[in-house]
Design a protein around this ligand. Structure first.
Ligand SMILES: Nc1ncnc2c1ncn2[C@@H]1O[C@H](COP(=O)(O)OP(=O)(O)O)[C@@H](O)[C@H]1O
Ligand SMILES: [Mg+2]
Length: 332
């Protein structure tokens, strides 16, 4: 039950006087309560999200088709059925991504697949996670996740793929292991996998695990930007263009999700962007989690933010925190 994805919520909830009841200690399932109002949560996914809406967002093929039908830019996609159709799709797009339909954290995702042999290996690997697999046109751009609560834009992060920094002595494999040991001390899920996909992606990036990078040279070692494949995130709330925020607001409205993370790949140079994922079960965690969680709790329990109510005993301290949050979001 106790991971950063639950504690970011439960600590903030307790700080505003909400009651937290753990419903299953072995799962991230808990209830938040304020008087008679109660909401059940699985991490940040609440019972306010209907099952059909969850499916339409979480299933990568359903989401891609749904967004396309409503005129949003998404990469071309094909649900895997036969090798002949898959090879035709690869021949048309030349660079493709293969991914399972309902996973998360980059699990089973192969980026920049170019040959029929790579395609077969990638589909077979994705199928070890689940039967349904999609092939998607590989697009390039900066990975920006926009987070909306109650239809309002509240935060954004830029996600970047894992890198390691050379010291002129260690090989890439040793540098990755070292970085993983350090990352594991803080969060064991923030690791760069040392698997066949990392080896393939490294080759695509022009490197191999035995290589010894010079001191101070940073080497990108993955193509996926997931935190769970060792990627990093930086808060860019104030930097996101108004037009992208508007697109995200339209997506949030279309889905009617109380909270949603919308992942874009943004090619600013060519003025293009694509939506690659819609997360109804967004991870509320650092670096943007402290901001997002306050909006999340405001939305679930309106009026519960202490700073907004006069006379509450904890008002002063959190009022200041609330002001800081609002200030953080209005930086030009
Ligand atoms: N069509 C694509 N083109 C380029 N990169 C992609 C594409 N789809 C996914 N990726 C990369 O792979 C990562 C994981 O894919 P995603 O669809 O978000 O699955 P997951 O649910 O596992 O995060 C993305 O964050 C991005 O870095
Ligand atoms: Mg993703």
């Amino acid at each position: 039950m106790n991971s950063v994805y639950t504690t970011t919520i439960t600590r903030a909830a307790r700080a505003r006087g909400l009651r937290v009841t753990v419903l299953d200690p072995s799962q991230p399932v808990f209830e938040l309560r304020r008087g008679r109002a109660a909401v059940r949560c699985f991490n940040a996914l609440t019972d306010r999200v209907g099952a059909a809406t969850f499916f339409l967002a979480n299933h990568k093929h359903a989401a891609n088709q749904f967004l396309r039908r409503h005129g949003f830019p998404v990469p071309a996609q094909l649900k895997f059925s036969t090798w002949a159709a898959a090879e035709k799709f690869l021949a048309r797009h030349r660079h493709i991504v293969v991914k399972p339909c309902m996973q998360w954290g980059g699990r089973g995702v192969a980026v920049d697949v170019r040959t029929p042999a790579e395609l077969r290996a990638a589909v077979r690997r994705a199928q070890t996670f689940e039967d349904e697999v999609v092939l998607e046109q590989c697009v390039s751009g900066e990975d920006q996740r926009l987070i909306l609560v109650g239809g309002k834009y509240v935060a954004a992060i830029r996600r970047t793929p894992a890198t390691v920094t050379g010291d002129g002595r260690r090989t890439l494999a040793q540098l990755i292991r070292r970085q993983n040991r350090r990352a594991c001390a803080a969060d064991s899920s923030h690791r760069i996998p040392l698997d066949t996909e990392t080896r393939r992606q490294l080759a695509r990036l022009g490197h191999d695990l035995a290589e010894v990078p010079s001191a101070g040279v940073r080497v990108q070692v993955r193509l996926t930007s997931n935190y769970h494949t060792g990627g990093d995130a930086a808060v860019i709330t104030a930097e996101v263009t108004p037009s992208l925020r508007r697109v995200a607001q339209r997506v949030a409205r279309l889905y009617g999700l109380p909270m949603v993370g919308i992942d874009f790949l943004v090619d600013a140079r060519r003025g293009k962007f694509w939506i690659i994922e819609v997360s109804p079960d967004l991870a509320i965690s650092p670096p943007e989690g402290a901001t997002v969680v306050e909006y999340f709790l405001d939305d679930l329990f309106p009026g519960s933010r202490p700073g907004k109510q006069a006379g509450l005993p904890w008002g002063g301290k959190l009022k200041k925190a609330g002001r800081q949050l609002d200030n953080a979001l209005t930086v030009p």
